[in-house]
Structure formats: C-alpha cells, structure tokens
Design a protein around this ligand. Structure first.
Ligand code: SDX
Length: 400
C-alpha cells in the first residue's frame, strides 16, 4: 500500500473559515463586535432588540415605517397554539427550560401551515430563481414567527412549572417588556425592560459560534427553518457555550458561601490546580475583554445597588485576579460572566439564563441561515481514517 499523506486535523475547526458571512463579525485581538458593520456598543446604546433583529436579517437599519411593520409582525405572531401549551403541561416540571424550549419549537412545526413538503427545499439548489426566492422568503417568515414565539415559549414554561396560569402577551409592550410581563405576570419597570432589551441586543449574534454553525449545518441539507433552530437550541445548552451563564452564578455563590471577597483567590487557585474552568471566562476567538461583558458589567453594577451587592463584588474581584493569572493566556471575561448577575437582579431563576440567551440568539440563527441559503451548499466535512485498514476479516461469533 502506498504511504498515505495524513491531512492536517483542525480539532474543533479552530481557525477554519468555511463560508463568507457579513451578519456579524468579531475582532478577537481588539475585543470588537459588529452587527452588519455597526459596533455593538452603538446598538446597545441606541437600538432595540426588534430593530437589531431587522438589521441582522435584512442587512441594514429599517426606516421608521419598516420598523413599525416589523414590530407589528412580531407582536402578531407572539401567540403559541393552545395545543402546544397543553403539550408542555404534560412534561415533568423538572424538565430543563432549554429542553422545554426545544420541545416547544418542535411541537410548533405541526401548526405552521407553511412548513413545506421536504422536497421544496431542493429549490435552493435549482436554477429556478423564482422558486429559490419563494423558499427563502418562506424560511424568513418562519424565522420571524420563531423570533416572535421564543419569549412566549420560555415564559410559558416558567409559569407552567410553577403551576401558574400562562400569561398572554400584551399588544403595547416591547419584545423585551412582553417577555418579562409573560414571565412574572406584571408589567416590568422601565429599567428592567431597558436592561432586558440591551441583554437581548448583546446576545443576538456572534460570528460563527457553535449554535449558529449547528443551525447552518442543519439548514444546509435544505430542510425547514424549524429543524435548524431546534438543533441550535441543543448546541446552545452546552456549558462550554450558552449554558455557562447559569454556572457562573453557581461559582459566585460557592465563593460567597466560603466567605466572600476575601476567599476569591484561594477558591480560584484551588480550581485552577485541578484544571477546572472559571465559567464566563475565556473564548475561542476573543483574546481580549469581550465588549459585551463590559456593557453587562456596567448594568450588573447598577442593579447590584439594590440586590446581591456582595455577589457583584465577588465577581469584580474574581475578574481582577483571574486576569492577573490568565490574562497573558488571552483569557478574559466573556458575555456570560456578568449576564447571570443582571438576570438574577431581574428575578430570573438561574435555569432560565440560557433560554434568555436563546430568545436573543434566535434572531442571529435566522439571519445566518438566511444568508447561507443564498448560496447554499451541503456542509459535509471529512474525518481522517487513521486505522487505514480496508480488509479486516469478519470473524464468526463462535470463533471470537
Ligand atoms: C459563549 O463562540 C462564541 O462566540 C460563543 C459565545 C457566543 O456569543 O455565541 O461568545 C458565547 O459561549 C461564551 C463562552 C462561554 N463558555 C464558558 O465561559 C465556559 C468556560 N470557558 C472555556 O471552557 C473556554 O474558554 C471556551 C470553551 C469558551 C473556549 O475554549 P477553547 O477555545 O476550546 O480553548 P481550550 O478549551 O482549548 O483552552 C485553552 C487553554 C486551556 O489551558 P491549557 O490546557 O492550554 O493549559 O485555556 C484554558 C484551558 O484550560 N482555559 C481556561 C478557561 N478557558 C480556557 N482556564 C480556566 N478557565 C477558563 N474559563
């Protein structure tokens, strides 16, 4: 057998570029993030989640009339069919909110009149421009319906697992405001609504992160938007990805239980000595401070004035010492480090931190899938067959 050339393996696809995308971009060395070229700081300061979702999907900021139409379309589609709510009620109350969300998205498919015959997706590969456009537009409408329904599904599960009545959205509240209203059954304060809106903006998109990549891999098979989004929810749940935010709070509470700020260094040294990881720190692309963490830290400090002041002080101390120890390895706070403190201050249970991430990131998933569909190609990489055995004998079971 001729000697085979072993290919270079890029574990975790680190540094691999598999497509062109302009939905969002990260400069990891300088700690910069843009959505369609606009810096995240400007969007957090001036935009709304609705306007940011339009920007991600359409590639430009909406005119006033366009934004109003988009907001109304979201509002009109926030309701979830009663049968889906009834199906959620049949789940064990211990079901993790991310699993309930994924269940809800899968259940929604049957109620969406536009979910097409599986063959329709082949239009993406065809020469018929009309059919391609029709499929793409249908996928966009499904995506917008999902963006509208995510807050309703997440909030419904919060109510159902407490044995409380599900709260319907109100026509005059923002996306963020309605989410909080449906979670708690009362209109949020202007500050709470603003904080949630900023958090949703900050979490909406982030280059080719694992859950966005998952959505695209699934969508590349020319399947419907629901299948792509359901898979992305599974990826986001992982503690190395969106699941980290709820674990950050657990680590801060662990330090608090040990005695607080004075015990941070000892706790960190113990963790690092057993190769543990500080949740909310480190990033595959950022080797500088995550710009989203900087904004969330400000809000966490604002909100800490009333509640959980000590946890915020522990977080600030942990950040300071962690950067001393790991900064030269390019390990800095990421978006998850302060988000949990913000959500905790809003009264959100920790198990709902990652679903909030999903309520925001669904806009990025939809935008990135729609962009990829414009020049769709099935994603199918290779794995290197290191054994290189091609004629191993089949041994009968009695001779093994
Ligand atoms: C998100 O991709 C995205 O954009 C994701 C996201 C988005 O918006 O979509 O930004 C959101 O998921 C943020 C990340 C949330 N996850 C966490 O906070 C979990 C803790 N972080 C890590 O596990 C880690 O930093 C990752 C998973 C985020 C990135 O890991 P990599 O790039 O695969 O790096 P690695 O695991 O190979 O670690 C490299 C080195 C290792 O040390 P050595 O073996 O080389 O000695 O850095 C160390 C790691 O031990 N390291 C850490 C650390 N993260 C990496 N050490 C301590 N604490 C950490 N948090």
């Amino acid at each position: 057998m001729s000697t085979v050339q072993v290919p270079e393996i890029k574990k975790g696809l680190e540094g691999v570029y598999f497509t062109v995308s302009n939905v969002s971009a990260i400069n990891g060395q300088e700690g910069r993030l843009v959505y369609r070229g606009i810096p995240i700081e400007a969007l957090a300061e001036h935009s709304s989640f609705e306007e940011t979702s339009f920007l991600l999907i359409e590639g430009r900021l909406p005119r006033r009339d366009e934004l109003e139409t988009f907001v109304q379309t979201l509002r009109r589609n926030m309701d979830v069919p009663g049968q889906v709510i009834d199906a959620l009620k049949k789940l064990p109350r211990s079901t993790h909110p991310m699993d309930a969300l994924r269940f809800g998205v899968s259940a929604l498919v049957g109620f969406d009149a536009e979910v097409m015959d599986p063959r329709e997706g082949l239009a993406l590969m065809g020469k018929d421009e009309e059919a391609r456009r029709a499929y793409w537009e249908k996928g966009k409408r499904m995506g917008i319906r999902l963006i509208a329904k995510f807050p309703t599904l997440v909030a419904a599960w919060h109510r159902i697992r407490q044995g409380l009545p599900v709260v319907d959205p109100l026509p005059d509240l923002s996306h963020a405001g309605n989410f909080l209203y449906m979670m708690f059954g009362e209109k949020p304060t202007p500050t709470a609504e603003r904080v949630m809106d900023v958090a949703l903006i900050l979490h909406a998109a982030h280059g080719m992160n694992a859950s966005t990549f998952t959505a695209i891999v699934i969508a590349s098979t020319a399947v419907d938007m629901y299948s792509a989004i359901a898979g992305a929810i599974g990826a986001l749940k992982g503690p190395l990805h969106g699941g980290a935010n709820q674990l950050v709070l657990a680590q801060l509470r662990e330090i608090q239980a040990r005695g607080g700020v004075s015990r941070v260094e000892e706790w960190l040294e113990e963790l690092l000595s057993r190769k543990g990881r500080v949740m909310g720190f480190g990033h595959r692309v950022y080797k500088a401070y995550d710009p989203r963490a900087r904004i969330l830290k400000k809000w966490a400090g604002e909100l800490a004035k009333e509640k959980e002041r000590e946890l915020y002080e522990i977080a600030v101390k942990l950040e300071e010492i962690n950067i001393q120890k790991l900064g030269e390895k390019g390990i800095f706070p990421n978006v998850d480090f302060y988000s949990g403190l913000v959500y905790g201050a809003l009264g959100i249970p920790t198990e709902f931190f990652t679903p909030i991430f999903a309520v925001a990131r669904v806009s990025g998933w939809v935008a990135d899938v729609l962009e990829y569909w414009k020049e769709n190609r099935l994603i199918r990489p290779r794995a290197w067959y290191s054994d290189q055995v091609w004629d191993r004998p089949y041994v009968p079971i009695d001779e093994r």
